[in-house]
Design a protein around this ligand. Structure first.
Ligand code: G4P
Length: 542
């Protein structure tokens, strides 16, 4: 197998969804099909019990959730598939966003009864900004859902994402009878109305669903007539007619650029619609491709090794201060012990130890190639967004974006004698990307986060790693906008009790707003102050 073939086999994607839409269930079904796990429930179990290993922090134990995310890899149909686990529930944070900078495509899971929810919207924005393909899996068809057209329209109206159905549901809930695969012109029948298949001992078992190949008339031919109810068939025919007449054309180029989302329907819980989804997904999703750098592109087939760090996970065991840097290899090969350049400092680094990031076992690896994600042991040298490469020329991958913080706290050391420890800790945690740190005009420290857990981790780590107890006061702001044309006097005179001026790490001014309403009001009144979204602000200076 050539190197190009090896790279073409690889798929790296992330699943984005709102909590409870079925991300874990779908992940689990995909892993089951790939033979990566043997029993349903394993992924869930991992989420609930993985804290036994020493590097999960106590907060995880206390809250029964995972702060960390990892890669789950499996093989299917000759493809090597890596699912980047994006933390969802209470552990939603900047890491969730950052992981999406390392994937080549995304699968958006939507609860058919609920449609598009807030977290999906936020995560979608990050994917859309990167222009990666987005595949939509509309889940829970075994339950009553919204009308399929309504769901598809929501993609367009709420997310601005045109879509093209690849599979289409035949009924839903009690009347759910299967899906029609528009590309393959076949129907997969859903036989088990309960959506679950259990044997006499109550154990789950694999369900075999019947597939009916249709003739050239598709759903308008006779094949389905005695098989699905007259009502469902007539609706299906009307809907397919509408899709074929007025729907979006299937356009690979638009799909490749994330401008058109292929849509699939199914039930992750019943493992129905998941295999057709997986087949089409593997066919349509991209293998690792070229990656933008400060002056051009790096190709996965390029000889020199290169890649970037998109996440740093601290070791929560105070006895071991080492950290794990999550690294996406963009070109060349990794071999253990190799020497690379850290672009930010120009220093040579020896990659003595790296690990696979499979959830269950962290084995040291000897080699890895473009399209792989590895974990590099770090004793404090790396920062999020760092480029490492083996070439002679200078190389920087594009800086990672800054993600929109939504909650803010004013922090100070409880013991003023510990101010130095506090400062050091705050600086290091900010550099590591654990939290966003700003200062106000009085040089007070304000931290911004995407999720509540980031604050808890921040507090915990300051205490445990820097010996600094802190006081955190809630600030009533929920939106941050960077100012593009800073005229500080003008900004200051525009501020009122529902806004606050702070400065980021690079001394760029940011206005914090109480809510979207305050922001709109401010924009109307002060149109000359140009505000920028966090995503348009680069988090490092390259
Ligand atoms: P998440 O990772 O996106 O947060 O969602 P997760 O997979 O944990 O699923 C959330 C709940 O939705 C779970 O129920 C799960 O069983 C259920 N679910 C997932 N897919 C489907 C589906 O296709 N159909 C139906 N009917 N339910 C689905 P739970 O009661 O919260 O958890 P559990 O007790 O079943 O584990």
């Amino acid at each position: 197998m050539t190197r190009q073939d090896e790279i073409s086999r690889r798929r790296i994607f992330g699943i984005i969804s709102h909590p409870d839409a079925g991300k874990t269930t779908l992940t689990e079904k995909l892993l089951l099909h790939g033979g990566a796990i043997r029993e349903a429930g394993t992924v869930k179990a991992r989420r609930n019990s993985k804290f036994a290993t020493s590097d999960w922090m106590e907060i995880e134990k206390q809250r029964g959730i995972s702060v960390t995310s990892s890669v789950m890899q499996f093989e299917y149909d000759d493809k090597i598939i890596s699912i980047m686990d994006t933390p969802g529930h209470n552990d939603f944070g900047e890491d969730t966003y950052r992981i999406l900078t390392s994937v080549d495509s995304a699968v958006m899971v939507i609860d058919g009864a609920k449609g598009i929810e807030t977290q999906t919207k936020k995560l979608f924005k990050v994917c859309s900004m990167r222009g990666i393909p987005i595949f939509t899996f509309i889940n829970k068809l075994d339950r009553e859902t919204k009308d399929a057209f309504e769901l598809v329209e929501e993609l367009e109206n709420v997310l601005g994402l045109p879509s093209v159905p690849v599979t289409w549901p035949i009924g839903c809930g009690m009347n759910f009878q299967g899906i029609y695969d528009l590309l393959k012109n076949e129907v997969h029948l859903y036989k088990d109305q309960k959506g679950q298949s259990v044997d006499d001992n109550g154990e789950s078992k694999q369900v075999v669903y019947e597939t009916i190949k249709l003739g050239e008339k598709g759903v308008f031919g006779p094949e389905l007539e005695d098989i699905i109810t007259a009502n469902n068939l007539s609706t299906l025919r009307d809907e397919i007619e509408l899709i074929q007449g007025a729907g979006n054309e299937f356009d690979r180029e638009l799909i490749d650029h994330g401008k058109l989302s292929p849509v699939f329907f199914g039930s992750a819980l019943a493992d129905f619609g998941t295999i057709p989804f997986l087949h089409h997904f593997l066919e349509m999703s991209p293998a690792p491709g070229p990656r933008k750098t400060s002056d051009g592109f790096v190709n996965p087939t390029d000889k020199e090794f290169s890649g970037f760090i998109f996440k740093i996970q601290a070791n929560m065991n105070p006895a071991h201060r080492d950290r794990l840097a999550f690294f996406r290899i963009c070109s060349g090969d990794f071999t253990r012990g190799m020497e690379v350049t850290l672009s930010r400092t120009g220093k040579k680094m020896k990659l003595a130890q790296a690990t696979e990031l499979m959830a269950s076992d962290r084995e040291n690896i000897e080699t890895a190639m473009a399209g792989d994600i590895i974990g590099i042991y770090d004793t404090g040298n790396y920062q999020i967004g760092d480029t490492l490469h083996s070439g002679k020329e200078e190389l920087f991958f594009e800086p990672l974006p800054t993600f929109p913080p939504e909650m803010f706290r004013l922090v100070s050391p409880k013991d003023t004698m510990k101010a130095k420890h506090f400062q050091k800790g705050v600086d290091q945690l900010a550099q590591e990307g654990a939290i966003q740190v700003y200062r106000n005009e009085y040089n007070e420290v304000i931290i911004g986060a995407v999720g509540q857990l980031q604050f808890e981790v921040f507090e915990y780590r300051l205490k445990n790693e820097y010996n600094a107890d802190i006081r955190m006061d809630m600030l009533n702001y929920s939106v941050a906008k960077w100012v593009n044309n800073p005229d500080l006097e003008k900004i200051k005179s525009a501020l009122d009790s529902r806004t606050m001026l702070v400065f980021d790490h690079f001394n760029r001014p940011i206005i914090l707003f109480a809510n979207e309403f305050t922001l709109t009001y401010f924009k109307e009144k002060h149109g000359d102050i140009e505000l920028m979204d966090a995503l348009d602000v680069k988090s490092t200076l390259g």
